[in-house]
Ligand binder design. Structure first.
Ligand code: SDX
Length: 385
């Protein structure tokens, strides 16, 4: 093995196979268990897509009803989890809140169970755990935003589906259909994307026979970074810096002169546009019309046109999602926790797939440190102590 074998960032490395999704930059397409994500986003409730990712098939009406019943039964925050969230400083990043809450849920669920020889759990146990995390994450995210605003907890409503209830718990109003539809589409589009950094993190942790909660907690840590999930939040910071459309050109002159990464653009796999962007942009357009915010559309279009023409780098899903979540009323720091609530379905599908055909993930490294040397030649500098 030589240093030339190194693929920094694992660029272009196929680490394993997966049946969960197919990202195809040649055709600019994304399939969830064979279904184009655009079709799923246009026709399915997020609950049905979660079922598909976990089970490999879209649910029958009976299977969807059963999933909905379980999801609704596990939406509420327990007092212990709420108390754990309340220990997190209000000015901490909400991703730390989400990571803490999942960690506490895992500690409680696993207390007194499992063996040191294998903490991974059975497929049935882990599917049930996945559904419970899917069910409670909206309450964790909604409560996080409300506590930072000094507002009280809103209990879930089991007469609303996943997307509508998520918005109800966050804002305390039953949302309009157009709002629910746009939010539901975003949850489906964010759900899964093969071996992205956070998903691969979850698989590495699962490959050691650690537990599902540890794998999800690790994935949350990976998603927080602005090169990955944190980009949707960063897009709004860019929008706020620019102000309005006529400032785009001068802002870009300065940003590119300082070699800044423009958040919401570029992708490790897609090099001529992210397959999900047209669907999320259409959802953004419905929100721009619903809230009468043509200024948002003007800024979005101006920055995209200018950056693509200058750098030939295209928007990724975070670019339309950021302004969409802003229009929906989510605080900017809540955007990446929204990504967690969605991607927990993809992560847990991958964790279960890894466990079903496991091999410990442990790559090699090329050593670049000092040649072998020995301690007898070492004389501590006692003066330095
Ligand atoms: C997500 O992997 C996934 O599937 C992730 C994701 C998912 O669903 O899980 O799709 C979600 O994470 C989307 C990406 C969100 N991140 C951002 O928007 C952050 C900004 N984007 C860049 O940091 C970058 O595009 C990456 C990290 C996303 C991908 O970069 P690569 O493939 O590692 O390529 P690179 O960083 O080496 O860029 C190649 C060149 C560089 O120029 P040079 O140094 O060679 O001159 O393109 C430039 C980069 O500087 N470049 C950018 C840029 N993206 C790439 N320059 C300015 N702004 C950008 N956004």
């Amino acid at each position: 093995m030589t240093v030339t074998d190194i693929r920094k960032g694992l660029v272009g490395v196929i680490a394993d196979e997966t049946a969960v999704s197919k990202v195809n930059p040649e055709t600019n397409s994304l399939l969830y268990r064979g279904y184009p994500v655009q079709e799923l986003a246009a026709t399915q409730p997020f609950e049905a897509v979660a079922y598909l990712l976990w089970n490999g098939e879209l649910p029958t009406p009976e299977q969807l009803a059963a999933l909905r019943a379980t999801e609704r039964a596990h939406r509420a925050l327990t007092d212990e989890v709420r108390a754990a969230i309340d220990l997190v400083p209000l000015d901490a990043h909400p991703m730390d809140e989400v990571r803490t809450a999942v960690s506490v849920i895992g500690a409680q669920d696993l207390a007194g169970s499992g063996s040191v020889m294998d903490a991974s759990g059975s497929a049935e146990e882990n599917l049930a755990r996945s559904i419970r995390l899917f069910a409670v994450l909206p309450a964790i995210v909604a409560y996080g935003q409300r506590r930072r605003r000094g507002e009280g907890l809103i209990a879930p409503r089991d007469d609303l589906d996943y997307a509508a209830n998520f918005l109800w718990m966050t804002f305390g109003e039953v949302p309009d259909e157009v709002v629910v539809d746009a939010f539901n589409r975003s949850m489906i589009l964010y759900a899964e994307h093969s071996f992205n950094a956070s998903t691969f993190t979850s698989r590495v942790i699962a490959s050691t026979l650690s537990d599902l909660y540890s794998a999800v907690t690790g994935a949350i840590g990976a998603l927080k970074g602005p090169l990955h999930g944190g980009a949707n939040e960063a897009v709004l910071h860019v929008f706020h810096e620019i102000g309005d459309a006529e400032n785009v050109s001068s802002w870009l002159d300065d940003a590119l002169a300082r070699k800044r990464k423009i958040m919401g653009f570029g992708h490790r796999v897609y090099k001529r546009g992210d397959s999900r962007v047209p669907t999320m942009k259409a959802a953004l357009d419905t929100l721009v019309a619903h809230y009468d915010r043509p200024d948002v559309a003007a800024l979005y279009d101006a920055l995209e046109a200018e950056f693509v023409s200058r750098k030939g780098i295209y928007p990724n899903l975070d670019y339309p999602s950021g302004p969409a979540y802003d229009l929906l009323g989510f605080d900017t720091v809540t955007f990446t926790p929204l990504f967690v609530a969605s991607r927990v379905t993809g992560w847990t599908a991958h964790i279960m797939e890894q466990q079903a055909a496991n091999a410990l993930i442990r790559p090699l490294s090329a050593y670049s440190g000092p040649d072998e040397r020995h301690v007898e030649g070492y004389v501590p500098d006692t003066a330095a102590i």
